[in-house]
Write a new protein. Structure first.
Length: 175
């Protein structure tokens, strides 16, 4: 019975803290482009943590891009974009496939909580390699090398194969 009472007090404390956070949140933080309220995002994150899921967010959003600007490449003017959402999920877009954002969780070894992204692409000497770098919420940097094929945009169906071994932690990341 004591355990049940302790659990009830814990739930009440979390509910109270959530209510205070919602009431104290500045109006800008309460607005959301996704149509989901800040309070709902916070509640979902807390519930995920209680249910054994990973607690990552809400986190700030991030975006990065790279473009092939070597005129001698068949990939000339192809742009790759990476973005994170408020829950730390990372996504990739290939400009040859407009409107399609690929969840990078489809690539082996991707961190479940991403707070920053970086992209680079090889051009003249060895064209067709896209380097995706993700900073995880725990401070570890992960990197994947993906092969980009002329005429075949990256999609959710081919991203895992294109990125081969997937993401690996960069040794010696200063966490």
């Amino acid at each position: 019975m004591k355990k049940l009472a302790w659990a009830a007090r814990g739930v009440a404390a979390v509910s109270g803290a959530l209510l205070v956070g919602v009431l104290a949140a500045p109006p800008a933080a309460a607005d959301s482009d996704s149509g989901v309220s800040f309070a709902q995002e916070l509640s979902d994150s807390i519930v995920a943590g209680f249910n054994g899921g990973s607690y990552c967010g809400p986190v700030g959003r991030d975006v990065s891009s790279t473009i092939v600007d070597f005129g001698g490449s068949d990939l000339y003017e192809t742009e790759f974009r990476a973005a994170t959402d408020r829950w730390g999920h990372a996504f990739l877009n290939d400009s040859r496939n407009p409107g399609v954002w690929i969840n990078l969780a489809l690539v082996a070894g991707a961190p479940s909580c991403t707070v920053d992204t970086s992209l680079a692409v090889t051009e003249s000497d060895d064209p067709g390699h896209l380097f995706i770098t993700l900073l995880a919420g725990n401070g570890v940097i992960y990197r994947a090398q993906c092969d980009v094929v002329v005429g075949t945009p990256l999609t959710p169906e081919n991203i895992a194969a294109a990125c081969g071994a997937g993401f690996a932690a960069v040794p010696g990341t200063p966490v």
